[in-house]
Design a binder for this molecule. Structure first.
Ligand code: SF4
Length: 221
């Protein structure tokens, strides 16, 4: 049996393998511009992308820009987005951020982290997704799934998503951040669920850690 890979070797292997498996990773959330992406990402908190994609056609038929959205009541928005969960908070946030975009940004989604993270309902991860997928700015949005895989692959010992993001940005080339974030998500969905694996089953772990004998402990974010 060959030895476990060194960290640098794991990084190179994972980078190459994910690129082979998912060469052009599509953006999972349906949208037509930065505003509709921002709203879709906000809706995806604690909800699947599939469900968000079922809900957004009706929402965007009603309003696909901040000016139209600000004319709608929170209750109307809430009724439509109910299947996504957390609808009281999310509907207020969508209405609130639409007003801020109109009043402070000329109706445009700002292209900087600070302004984005000041919007209601928008945290660092949501801002990172918008910066990466709408504006092409290298970002590494880390959610609980990426946090889990990065630990199982020995890329970080981060105790939370911020530490994991810092470590992933250190080990991977900046030009790969935006695609890698999606590629790790796709790999996780296909092979590595939150439960049901002890870190010794599929290709990446068995290649990186051929001698692994015990389940890899994962720090909860
Ligand atoms: S072996 Fe398990 S933990 Fe490792 S990547 Fe595969 S499914 Fe995930």
């Amino acid at each position: 049996m060959s030895a476990n890979m060194l960290k640098q070797e794991r990084v190179a292997f994972i980078d190459k393998r994910l690129q082979e498996l998912y060469p052009n990773p599509p953006v999972p959330l349906d949208h037509s511009d930065p505003y509709t992406l921002l709203v879709a990402v906000l809706l995806s908190a604690q909800c699947t992308d599939e469900r968000v994609n079922l809900v957004t056609p009706a929402l965007f038929a009603l309003a696909d820009n901040p000016f139209d959205m600000a004319k709608e009541s929170v209750e109307t928005i809430r009724e439509i987005i109910k299947p996504c969960g957390l609808s009281p908070q999310k509907s207020k946030a969508i209405r609130g951020l639409s007003e801020i975009l109109i009043n402070e940004h000329g109706g445009e989604v700002p292209q900087d982290f600070e302004s984005l993270e000041r919007l209601p309902g928008v945290g660092h991860k949501t801002a990172s997704v918008v910066m990466a997928q709408s504006f092409g700015v290298p970002s590494f949005p880390v959610d609980t799934h990426i946090h889990r895989l990065a630990q199982r692959w020995g890329l970080t010992r981060g105790r939370n998503v911020s530490e994991t993001e810092r470590d992933l940005k250190r080990v991977f080339k900046k030009s790969r951040w935006n695609d890698l974030h999606l590629q790790i998500i796709f790999y996780g969905r296909e092979f590595c669920s939150a439960r049901g694996c002890d870190g010794r089953v599929c290709e990446i772990c068995t290649t990186c850690y051929p001698t692994r004998k015990h389940p890899k402990r994962v720090n909860k974010p």
